[in-house]
Design a protein around this ligand. Structure first.
Ligand code: CA
Length: 225
């Protein structure tokens, strides 16, 4: 999952980015409304954290422009505590949720998880695919009851495929949603990560669809083979 943080307070921006990266997301950042709007308009983010008070273009205008241009990614807005009207304006402009400042990082992370899973059509924070269970709260993966240790890239890949279970996901889409802007994308091919992931999981839940990409689906029962 790849996220965008638009926040002009440098310290807060850094704290958000580092907490999100620790939680296993690929994260891009912007420090004003113009840069933020441009990135959200041109890159395929799975979710955005958008401050309302921003230099150059304010958060409400950024959000309105995205929605007017058909950008539908989930957006969590950051509002000042005493400004109830910002929340109303934010929702009317197309926000999906809000957190008031100052906030606890855990709340931001929990609200984001909820937004991401709802956007993908899931009701709970635990995703399952056959014997594989992925807990988006702890970023832990369990197969048949045993924990599997994954690197952050492997986890991201599995989480993305499991959020979009049953749908073919192209390599291009994976590259766009797993890496941040600054990542050297050429050096790490998706095929290599898929191979490692299959080996670690030990069950066949990631299938290659020749020429199209990959799909996560429960293994077929033996009787159907
Ligand atoms: Ca601000």
């Amino acid at each position: 999952m790849r996220l965008l943080v638009v926040e002009d307070d440098r310290d807060l921006n850094r704290q958000l980015v580092s907490a999100l990266e620790d939680a296993g997301y690929a994260v891009d950042k912007a420090f004003d409304g113009e840069e933020g709007h441009f990135l959200g308009d041109t890159e395929p983010y799975d979710g955005v954290i958008l401050d309302m008070g921003l230099p150059r273009i304010d958060g409400i205008r950024v959000l309105e422009k995205w929605r007017r241009d058909g950008r539908r990614m989930p957006v969590l807005i950051l509002t000042a505590r005493d400004r109830w009207s910002e929340k109303v304006q934010g929702f009317d402009a197309g926000a999906d949720d809000y957190v008031t400042k100052p906030f606890h990082m855990e709340e931001v992370l929990a609200r984001l998880r909820a937004l991401l899973r709802r956007a993908a059509g899931h009701a709970t924070s635990e995703l399952t695919c056959g014997p594989v269970l992925l807990d988006t709260r702890s970023s832990r993966v369990v197969v048949d009851g045993s924990a599997v240790r994954l690197t952050s890239h492997e986890y991201r890949l599995l989480a993305y495929l499991m959020h979009h279970q049953g749908r073919v996901v192209s390599r291009t889409e994976l590259v766009e949603h797993l890496y941040d802007q600054d990542f050297d994308r050429d050096s790490n091919t998706i095929e290599v990560f898929v191979g490692r992931l299959r080996k670690k999981l030990g069950v066949e839940i990631i299938q290659t669809v020749r020429g199209l990409g990959y799909i996560a689906a429960p293994p077929e029962p033996p009787s159907k083979r």
